[in-house]
Design a protein around this ligand. Sequence first.
Ligand code: SF4
Length: 329
Amino acid sequence: MAKKGRVFSGARPTGRQHLGNYLGAIKNYVALQDEYECVYCIVDLHALTTVETTKDLRQNTYDMALDWLAAGIRPEESIMFVQSHVPQVTELHMYLSMVTPLGKLTDLPTFKEKVRQQESNVNYGLVGYPVLMSADIVLYKTDLVPVGVDQAPHIEFAREAVRSFNHRYGTNVLKEPKMKNTEIPKVLGIDGVQKMGKSLNNHIEIASTPDETRQRVLQMVTDPARMKRTDPGNPDVCNVYTMHKIFSSPDEVEMVNVECRRAGIGCVDCKKLLAANMNKNLEPFRAKREEMAKSPDTVWDVLHDGAKRARTIAEATMEEVREAIQLPK
Ligand code: SF4
């Protein structure tokens, strides 16, 4: 089937993936492959703007790639690679930085937030982060970037960078990407309050063993008003119920909805049911991951092959870009 266009998405190398990554991004990555030519990038250079140490960078890149592949990214169709393996992106970043007003970068709410988070390390790369992100997208002549509404300003930033570049050099070599508005579910952590994330240690890794998963699910915070087993609960305020809606059958979801409200089911049993369904759902992924993990070189081969294909597209774009700027040959 002819593909509808090229999609690009990037994610920082955060290592073994958790349910928030899986439900919020990876499942969508996998589904998009059916209709689009997909370019998926592990953005290690972006990670350098904030990480304190790079000692885990390679392992995190490998672990993340392994999870993506085991979850269903098809490397024979999609291009999956590491950002720093395509040096053309840093070159384009440089040219785009020349058409980006500094004030526009320092005014961005995301930049201000980062400054608050790492006051002592406000580096040049951090300021220019959206320019590098624009280069990531534009380098591959991307048609669509799948993002939630809260990410829309980033895509608009890239579109403006393209317009500025094309206007400055009287060209149309760079293509304005469009936003593919995507429903990105906000997955709460086991604390039931904050978004699931490793730094908060409120996450459940998708590659955990069934027993580890069960232990984490048993730690999940439930309806805080339900103090005793005999108290009726309210599933609408309980993250366990939210997860049931993702992992359990419609009949089980309805049973929890009814029985929780009349104290017909206890939270421990409710969680055990969820953990069992979660484990069942993740079983094919875990089996594939275990198999692939036996030959780590295969994962690196996929990334290197992806980078090779990405460099071909990137170099073609850069030849046009250098020509448009009229850089000396
Ligand atoms: S029974 Fe289930 S849905 Fe109800 S409060 Fe307990 S864990 Fe949450």
